[in-house]
Design a protein around this ligand. Sequence first.
Ligand SMILES: *Cc1c(COP(=O)(O)O)cnc(C)c1O
Length: 343
Amino acid sequence: MWSTEAIRRLDGETAPTPLLRLPLPGLRLKDESAHPTGTLKHRLARALFRYGVACGRIREDTAVVEATGGGSAVAQAYFARLLGLRFIAVMPGEPSPARAAAVEELGGECRFVNPPLAIYDEARRLAAELNGHFMDQFAWAERAVDWQSGGLAEELFDQVRQAGGEPGWVVVGAGTGATAAALGRHIRLRGHATRLAVADPENSAYFPGWAYDVADYSTGMPSRIEGIGRPRLEAGFIPSLYDLVIPVPDAASVAAARLVREITGIPVGGSTGTNLWAACELVSRGSEVVTLIADAGPRYLGTVHDDGWAAGRGLDPRPYTVALERFLAGGPWAPPGAAGMDR
Ligand SMILES: *Cc1c(COP(=O)(O)O)cnc(C)c1O
């Protein structure tokens, strides 16, 4: 049967990612950019295909459609090719040959749509027209992803145990919320004492929605940090699983992403910086912390790692860079603007 063979192929695509040390005692980074497609979306895409096949929604001739401008397009194109399926990414905004190329190299197709928020309706329409399947990661990734065994969560805790311990905190960002949900559920499943923090960028509804406990909180503004932060609370954002949601200024995310690149040589995306900034906050309170390098790629050299890109968005990472460098050199944790705060 096609579905049996498809699941077999998907199950063959799991290789652990490395756990790295930064030159900061108490902090480890699990490098999800080590996946073949350079992003943690690799795990989500594999899980979404596996779930779609298992549910009978993805079959031998099903065209798969996803609404995404980010790493999911590349990761899903990778698995569509593995299964011999047609894949179309509906992306927001003006056509971008660079963004299309990464998907097309994997045999996928791209459609660009304006206004950007029309991508969801267009993906649904296109899937219906092709008698295909709208993958809809914001609805399904949190449900499809492995949280019990064989996924990121189990792998992370196994690796930390082998390195000699159990982290006080795990810090991740939230886009679909699937990664955070898998970790939160796994922590309860295995009875870990570890706590879970979500690092959230500016313009995202996740921090205020969580802090004020308002389920329909909306900012109406897109996040500037690729992959994380949403203008509204998505179905996969599950507050009962988080011990803390930490708001992170975008300029701090940029500064921290640049620092990770400086130390590791990996051209990480902005969300890795968001993770690192929030992780430093917790390390400064004496905790052992594990966070993620969420993704990386040369395209970030022209965005997060580029001074013109940051300046064009009114972001000045310098004061945050100073604070990070001081902290890594053994000094106090003193984020700009926090002087005089009781901490
Ligand atoms: C999707 C994504 C995240 C967040 O992961 P979710 O499991 O969707 O919440 C973080 N960083 C990057 C770069 C992403 O693409």
